[in-house]
Design a protein around this ligand. Structure first.
Ligand code: ATP
Length: 736
């Protein structure tokens, strides 16, 4: 369909230079308009060696942008890929570091450490620190010593919560461009009290930095930190990089962080052509990343910045738009007395008459809400209703969105019980596993183990023919494993009694044995990296799994280069390490593929992962006070009841302590502020959820009964009343 800009979009497309902020509502066409504007500027404004830089968050958005800009350029008769460059913050940072290798503070051959491995390193360092500072670690505790609870939570603190806290602080220190030793000394000589929570994080940070440098490793935060340093320290270098870009665009600007903003300003250079597009009402990553929604809000308020708002959206029906707008109004009133503004006063407007792609206009009321008596009843209801919707023979898509992953797993369980199908949005951890290949490798490294052979059968052959497992058990009861695969007389049907040969599926069983023997022979002839490719082909891996196997072969090749004498068993022993890299690679692949909902299956997604997507029917469940906090007596995640009152939110306290050291500012209510920010973010999370729906929307919650049940969220009660009013209105109209 031809693209006809809507009000708001038109003005953005007229942009030809300077600083512009584009606040938008959900579904306003942010990506579409940025892609269009890029194509127009490339066609009319750029000279040959200049580019537009587009910075976005997810790899999926990178692919999406490239495709859209390419299409627009092609429709103007221009080359698809000239004149622009789409990058994530990390790929941008990596590019900058590579432009100036001589100034790199690390060695030339630096290697990136992936998230899983980084976390394991930090965990190890925390364990070591805890071993040496046991007394201090316990001073943070406010539980009775020697109680049952004390031991249980000390273990939880040491094993999980303390390393998670340290890992997040390390990222934060790097965002602030701090260095380990410098910070450690600042904390040591500050007048913070001796048992301050910043101290362990600063000490472990210094150790972490030292070890990383020794190993020639960089993490993702280093990329950003180092590249920013390079830019800040060398104006000529910055000028050289910035002059490549005639315009800089930032997508999803509500998720920006301080480092990203600084980098964009530097790259926009003297001509200062910067366009930032975002929706601060959809800022939902602040509690677990370093992003700060205030950055974009403040940008929109700057006097020297032009602002063009995109408020028209054709995504949802009028009832759903009304509900989203009601949530904005409700939060404005509800939080007027507090210091937070979860949702800015920005209303979604439907398209005007004659728009070629108008909002859906389904008949009757299509929104509903309900408070169930407990979680069990709620999840059964949602699973049944979602399946019913997906089973309707039309092209409409259906999703169930939940606050957490475990709730999704339970809904998935219910759907399975009902014989239905579902798909998960985003990558799941199982995507990253090459289970079949891994069990084969395990078998090939110790073929003498009957258990390994059983695993190969279970994973590779018996998935569709479970009888093969039984045949193997029966065969192994009579002879040794080696005798089965490598009998002295050669693998032959006659090795088996004629009674055995008559058994159901014997032919398949024999074929499986022959194949297994073939792999064993190949493992003796082929170098390990080639063996991986050979096996991948033999077990017919395709698509993402094949790409992963090729990646595994590369990893083996790399290790072999470093350790030429290694054999298959030594390489296989490295699999847990390699798996982290593969996982990251798999996630990128999944993101790049993008997600397409299938109409006959229910999509399951957390509310967070649903961002940027849309479905015809959306169920949002478990709207309880433990996920959507409102008052001080609600349960707040991130807070540890077992720690001393002033550090019960260790992250917030440590940030306040750091602020005190750096700027002499004393933040008295650090955890109160953290609570307010969390409350605000959860309002936005529900706003994101609601605005994913096109035609049908169902909100639900449950009462507190058993251990896993909770009270309805305060916000739910207001929305529930509003929805009941809409329903009543329709019913009155019907009765007339
Ligand atoms: N002027 C237009 N005419 C027709 N369709 C449009 C127009 N503008 C946007 N759309 C369509 O609206 C949908 C939403 O656009 P897009 O995905 O760019 O929105 P978004 O603002 O990024 O959404 P969200 O905030 O929910 O992530 C897309 O299907 C897009 O093609």
């Amino acid at each position: 369909m031809e693209f006809k800009p809507r009000p708001g979009q038109k003005e953005v497309l007229e942009y030809r230079g300077g600083e512009l902020a584009v606040p938008a509502v959900p579904g306003a066409g942010k990506t579409t308009v940025l892609a269009h504007l890029a194509a127009e500027l490339i066609a009319s404004e750029l000279n040959n060696n200049q580019k537009i830089l587009i910075v976005t968050y997810m790899n999926s958005a990178v692919a999406n942008f490239r495709r859209r800009i390419g299409d627009f350029l092609a429709s103007k008769g221009l080359p698809r890929s000239r004149g622009y460059s789409v990058k994530t913050l990390h790929s941008l940072a990596l590019g900058i570091i590579k432009e100036k290798p001589e100034a790199r503070l690390i060695n030339q051959e630096f290697e990136l450490i992936e998230a899983g491995r980084r976390y394991r390193w930090i965990k190890d360092l925390c364990r070591k620190w805890a071993g040496e500072n046991g007394e201090l670690l316990q001073q943070f505790f406010n539980l009775e010593k020697n109680s049952y609870q004390f031991d249980k939570y000390l273990k939880k603190w040491k094993e999980d919560d303390f390393p998670a806290y340290v890992a997040s602080m390390i990222s934060y220190f790097k965002l602030k461009l701090l260095e380990g030793d410098e910070l450690k000394n600042m904390v040591k000589y500050s007048n913070l009290k001796s048992a301050n929570i910043l101290y362990p994080a600063a000490e472990i940070f210094a150790e972490y930095e030292f070890r990383m440098a020794q190993a020639g490793l960089l993490d993702f935060d280093d990329l950003v930190q180092q590249s920013l340093k390079l830019l800040k320290e060398d104006p000529e270098f910055t000028e050289r990089i910035a002059s490549q870009y005639a315009f800089v665009f930032e997508d999803e600007a509500q998720d920006s962080n301080q480092a990203q903003e600084e980098m964009l300003y530097l790259l926009a250079g003297e001509n200062n052509n910067l366009v930032r597009v975002g929706d601060s009402n959809q800022a939902i990553t602040g509690t677990f990343t370093l992003s700060d929604p205030d950055i974009f809000r403040s940008y929109c308020k700057r006097e020297d910045v032009d602002v063009e708002t995109m408020a028209v959206s054709s995504r949802s029906s009028q009832d759903i738009i009304d509900l989203a707008n009601y949530l904005v109004d409700w939060s404005q009133k509800e939080f007027a007395e507090r210091e937070i503004e979860p949702l800015e006063k920005k209303y979604i407007q439907p398209t005007v008459k004659d728009d070629p792609a108008p909002n859906p206009d389904p008949e009757g009321y299509r929104i509903g809400s309900r408070a169930f008596k407990d979680w069990k009843t709620e999840k059964k209801f949602i699973a049944r209703q979602a399946l019913r919707k997906a089973g309707e023979n039309n092209n409409n898509t259906t999703a169930v969105l939940m606050p957490t992953g475990w709730q999704l797993e339970e809904i998935a369980g219910e759907i399975k019980k009902l014989g239905g199908e579902f798909q998960l949005a985003g990558s799941s951890s199982s995507d990253a596993f090459l289970t079949e290949l891994e069990v084969i490798l395990k078998f090939l490294t110790s073929p003498a183990s009957a258990d390994n052979l059983k695993l190969v059968f279970a994973e590779v052959f018996a998935k569709e023919k479970p009888k093969l497992n039984q045949l193997l058990e029966a065969a192994l009861a009579e002879r040794e494993n080696q005798e089965l695969i490598f009998p002295l007389s050669g693998l032959n049907r006659d090795n088996f009694e004629s009674e055995f040969r008559k058994r159901d599926k014997f032919d398949d069983f024999f074929k499986a044995l022959t194949r297994t023997q073939g792999w064993l022979e190949a493992s003796m002839d082929l170098p390990p990296d080639e063996l991986i490719l050979f096996l991948a082909e033999r077990i017919e891996l395709t698509g993402k799994k094949l790409a992963l196997a090729q990646n595994l072969a590369l990893e083996f090749g790399r290790l072999l280069n470093e350790n030429p004498a290694w054999r298959l068993d030594q390489l296989t022993a490295e699999l847990p390490e390699i798996r982290d890299r593969l996982r990251q690679f798999a996630e990128t692949l999944t993101e790049m593929e993008g997600f397409e909902a299938k109409p006959d299956q229910v999509t399951l997604s957390t509310l967070h992962k649903a961002k940027g997507m849309e479905w015809d029917t959306v169920f949002i469940g478990s709207l309880t006070s433990s996920h959507f906090q409102h008052d001080n007596d609600d349960y707040f995640m991130g807070e540890k009841f077992y720690l001393n009152e002033e550090i019960k939110n260790p992250k917030a306290s440590a940030r306040a302590e750091l602020e005190y050291i750096l700027n002499e500012k004393k933040e008295r209510n650090a955890d109160y502020k953290a609570r307010q920010e969390l409350i605000a973010e959860r309002v936005r999370l529900l706003y994101v959820g609601i605005t994913r729906a096109r035609k049908n929307l169902f909100l639900s919650t449950h009462q507190k009964k058993g251990k896993w049940d909770k009270d309805p969220a305060f916000m739910f009660i207001s929305l529930d009343n509003f929805i009941k009013e809409i329903v009543k209105k329709y019913q009155a109209e019907e009765a007339d």
